[in-house]
Write a protein that binds this ligand. Sequence first.
Ligand code: ZN
Length: 148
Amino acid sequence: MSDLRELYQQVILDHNRAPRNFRKPEEDETRAADGHNPLCGDRVTVYVVLDGDVIRDVAFQGSGCAISTASASLMTERLKGKTVAEAREIFASFHSLVMGKDGDREQLGKLAVLEGVREFPMRVKCATLAWHTLQAALDKTGETVTTE
Ligand code: ZN
């Protein structure tokens, strides 16, 4: 088990050190939303480019703790090319997992490395911030998402 934890830790540190899709897409139809987690100070802007119902591109910028950055990075990796419906299903699984219920691990892939946050309720907000923000971008609410 401790080996597994070590591996999880490494994935999170790697994504924090070198976040994937950390950029702003230049396309006209890019949707964006801002998210803020006042408890930790995490701030994120999530960008999404849809092609019909398919997420053609998803990216983010911002600054926050290792968990929030790694979660956003892993999220963009996982969701690119998925449909909006699939993305919402994956978020539901991810949310279940970090809340201490059973998520669909196969569907989550590498995102399962964030499972450990379930032991730290404050960290759950760090791990889900980018996801709530993505939903706001998809729903075009235009409001800043806050975890409070
Ligand atoms: Zn945080």
